[in-house]
Write a protein of this length. Sequence first.
Length: 175
Amino acid sequence: MMKILVIQTSLSQNANTAILAKKAYDIINEKGFQGEFIDLRERTLPFCNGGKIENYDAEVQALYKEVEAADAYMIAYPIYNYTFSGACKNFLDLFQSGMADKKAGILCNSGGIRSFNFGAGELMMSMAFHNNVTLVQPVVHTWWEDFKDQELVSEKVIEKLSLMVDRLSVNTHTE
């Protein structure tokens, strides 16, 4: 069974990014795929120092194996200063090589309707250039108007999430 790993990188306790990521996870499972969920609010990760994964602690090495075992990814991050967050960058610096030659989708949340453009593009370039990760479209972007009472309510966003899961599952290489 195809395994899609959702990586939620917001560190905020009441994060709309986490609500978005959880909805993606639910859609993955509803469609009959195996969803896995990593929430960085529940992890203690060191800053990447550029060293080999074997030189990090057991928690980092175990998480690397979890990332490497997935068939595809959905990376959810908040947008700060028009780009992806430092927590997202650190996660990718540590674990992105485990995603090599696979597919990923971008889920981002911002304070405004248009502030996702630069961050999504930078993330796409980084992942494609460094580890040949294929980014699927559409990029899913949310902002405060897409949520009500701690729930994602935008049908357009939910449709995009569903489409992303479909595109991640097509012709994905699994071993």
